[in-house]
Design a protein around this ligand. Structure first.
Ligand SMILES: [Zn+2]
Ligand SMILES: [Zn+2]
Length: 261
């Protein structure tokens, strides 16, 4: 059978796009997202950075996603989740947080380099495939409005939209709020201080509770450090009546959650 003839306009537009991309590559050749070495495809990593990146995969704690050195059986939780069940049902992360992934994440946070969010969203969606199948609403961890005004965007929301778009999920950036100015978690001296800092930082306003009630929520953030932020968000969402709250981050520190969650 003959392939269907392409309308001339479509062929022309595809041709122009191809030429446009080639011309752009000539002027601004694609570079590795991490080390800026030349690569063949935009928004990709060079072979060296790619092999150094640690993607997290099973065996993992069934609850918080902490990687286990050996398979321990289905549904097994890490010691920290067994000692104290986190407020979120499950958490998963695409990458281990180390020097390599930090180089990818910091520009997303501070340097307005958002072009990589599509790639990051795909990695996160792969890590959280099971959680996405169970979710109907994506909620990014909010920034306080003052920090949002300074930075101009919330990197968690950028990642949330990247995941939701592909999986046709609703994004809710309004219901979970951060009314208190808390000091940046990165500036906190200890896990205990981080916990106190975020414990009551998040709320769902009364007027918004209806939007959260009975929803199956996927929380999104860039990094899981101690679990304190995700835990505080999950508590606020569950207080507002969410049916379930799971979480996905681009990276996580590979150590147990804070024991005092
Ligand atoms: Zn590289
Ligand atoms: Zn765990």
């Amino acid at each position: 059978m003959q392939p269907e003839a392409q309308p001339p306009f479509e062929l022309l537009s595809r041709g122009l796009k191809h030429i446009g991309r080639r011309a752009l590559d000539f002027i601004l050749p694609p570079v590795c997202l991490r080390c800026r070495a030349l690569v063949s495809d935009p928004q990709s990593l060079c072979a060296k950075c790619w092999t150094e990146l640690k993607f997290l995969a099973e065996p993992l704690c069934a609850c918080c996603g902490l990687p286990f050195p050996h398979a321990l059986g289905e549904g097994v939780r890490c010691a920290s989740c067994m000692a104290r069940t986190p407020a979120f049902d499950k958490a998963r992360a695409a990458l281990a947080y180390d020097d390599i992934s930090r180089d990818l994440i910091l520009p997303l946070k501070h340097a307005d380099r958002l072009e990589a969010s599509g790639v990051f969203g795909r990695w996160m969606a792969n890590a959280a495939a099971e959680l996405i199948a169970d979710a109907d609403t994506v909620v990014p961890v909010p920034l306080h409005w003052r920090r949002l005004a300074k930075r101009r965007y919330n990197q968690a929301a950028v990642l949330a939209y990247a995941i939701a778009k592909k999986h046709k999920l609703r994004v809710d950036t309004a219901s979970l709020q951060r009314p208190r100015t808390s000091i940046s978690q990165g500036e906190m001296p200890s896990a205990r201080a981080r916990l106190k800092n975020v414990a009551r930082a998040f709320t769902v306003a009364d007027a918004q509770q209806e939007r959260i009630r009975s929803r199956r929520i996927l929380l999104v953030d860039d990094v899981l450090t101690t679990g304190a932020t995700l835990n505080a968000c999950a508590k606020a969402l569950k207080r507002a009546g969410a049916a379930s709250v799971s979480a996905v981050t681009l990276a996580r520190v590979v150590r147990p959650l804070s024991p005092s969650l």
